[in-house]
Design a protein around this ligand. Structure first.
Ligand code: ZN
Length: 453
């Protein structure tokens, strides 16, 4: 399937998802639909342009139509205030299944092979990210904590992001997020509305409950830091038909490390490897021990402990340790796959480098446009931002004009800069003509050239 068709299909699905919400507005103020509001915000994220809507409104005034209509299928462009009010009523749940649809589409239409590791598995990194923090601005979904000398409350949002990653590959595919949320404590008789802080691991458990079974067909291996390496969470991963590969540390996993016995630890010995980035030679050593319990109970989940150490030889003949990690996994570890298992465990960093950085950089811009909201706006915008990012990755992995275009600009920032310039000046009848204009430096269709001076 061509990328323009995949993109149109994705936008249609976003429109349909927006249509599932009950629109209980009454009176004359029904000019813009919920779908228009959702697609307006999504368009800003997809085109990486916070000022996109302002230019499109002017274009609509000048020539009677805009890119919002032709490319995104919107009927009208609500003001930023209207978008904020409309989106604040929505919850992200209806958009979450679109992430799985994009992953399915990528597997059936695109180059999915870089994401397939350990023969036929995919790696899903789980991690928490805080994406809002303020002393004054807050909403019903905010978590709170008391910080500073004065112990004044500060408000924040956290979500558990799940991202398909692969070692040696700079693309990642964000999956549906799960938000850490505040909860009322029903057992608290004195203050019914008193809030209890949810936490990252509980959100991750909810994520697995919701999506674990549907992800099973991808045979995922879940990656995470030491917070995830607990008996209940490992057990939940196994029940979901998946495997885990989590970081473990002597301080937080004392039982596991207590059971380690030098006599039974297997090792590859020191292996000389050239570092691809620095071109320097390093020495890697992998050690592992099977059938270890994660806690000291009869029903404890058992797994394999894996250790990776990297050292470099100094001029004076001594060695300096440059990397050290220990992992706990339900995968079968052998002399033949221990290197790849350790490499996959390390790939969890990509969630931070490739995903969170982007979200932090671009997510902040859009708060200026739409604000934080009182109900669900902040979480909804974060979801739409991730969805746009997932759509970018899917299009990057599909053969066609988008991919050629992206390759011709090399730097992501330059590509989106050109998209911003062109969509500001011209109204393109379809995606194909936009990409052809970028790729072949072709003039946009004259009839639709905007008259904006
Ligand atoms: Zn909030």
């Amino acid at each position: 399937m061509k990328p323009s068709k995949l993109l149109r299909d994705a936008l249609k699905r976003i429109r349909s998802a927006a249509g599932t919400f009950e629109d209980n507005r009454r009176g004359p103020n029904l000019r813009y639909t919920l779908a228009d509001a959702v697609l307006s915000a999504f368009a800003c994220f997809f085109l990486q342009s916070p000022s996109f809507l302002a230019f499109q409104r002017r274009m609509e005034d000048d020539v009677g139509r805009s890119t919002c209509q032709t490319l995104f299928g919107m009927q009208g462009i609500p003001s930023d205030g209207q978008i904020r009010n409309l989106l604040d009523r929505l919850v992200p749940d209806s958009f979450q299944r679109l992430f799985l649809h994009l992953l399915d589409t990528l597997r059936s239409n695109g180059d999915f092979s870089p994401f397939v590791r350990l023969r036929d598995r995919i790696l899903v990194a789980l991690d928490g990210i805080e994406f809002h923090s303020s002393r004054t601005i807050h909403c019903k979904q905010c978590s709170s904590r008391r910080t500073g000398k004065d112990k004044r409350p500060s408000f924040f949002h956290t979500m558990v992001a799940a991202v398909v990653v692969a070692p040696g590959h700079n693309r990642v595919v964000p999956l549906m997020p799960e938000f850490v949320r505040t909860q009322d404590d029903p057992g608290d008789q004195h203050s019914v509305r008193r809030r209890k802080q949810d936490c990252e691991i509980n959100a991750a458990k909810r994520w697995l409950t919701k999506w674990g079974a549907r992800m099973a067909r991808y045979r995922p291996v879940y990656l995470g830091d030491a917070l995830y390496a607990t008996h209940p969470f490992c057990q939940q991963v196994l029940h979901a038909g998946a495997d885990f590969l989590f970081v473990v540390k002597p301080k937080s996993h004392q039982t596991l490390f207590k059971f380690l016995h030098e006599r039974y630890i297997q090792s590859t010995g020191w292996i000389r490897v050239q570092n691809k980035k620095t071109r320097r030679y390093e020495e890697h050593c992998y050690r592992w021990m099977t059938d270890l319990p994660i806690r000291n109970t009869d029903d404890a989940v058992h797994g394999t402990w894996v250790e990776k150490t990297v050292r470099v030889r100094q001029k004076q003949g001594t060695y300096k340790q440059t990397f050290y990690t220990t992992l706990f996994t339900s995968l079968t570890v052998t002399r033949h796959n221990v290197q790849e298992v350790a490499l996959c465990g390390r790939a969890r960093w990509k969630i931070e480098n490739e995903c969170f950085n982007l979200l932090a950089r671009h997510g902040q811009n859009f708060k200026h446009n739409f604000g934080h909201g009182k109900n669900g706006l902040a979480n909804l915008l974060a979801t739409l931002n991730l969805l746009a990012f997932a759509l970018h990755t899917m299009l990057d992995q599909v053969k066609g004009l988008w991919r050629q275009c992206r390759a011709s600009y090399q730097v992501r920032r330059a590509f989106f800069q050109e998209v911003r310039v062109l969509t500001t000046r011209y109204c393109f009848p379809d995606w194909r003509s936009l990409w052809e204009s970028m790729l072949y430096r072709r003039s946009p269709p004259l009839a639709l050239s905007a008259a904006r001076a």
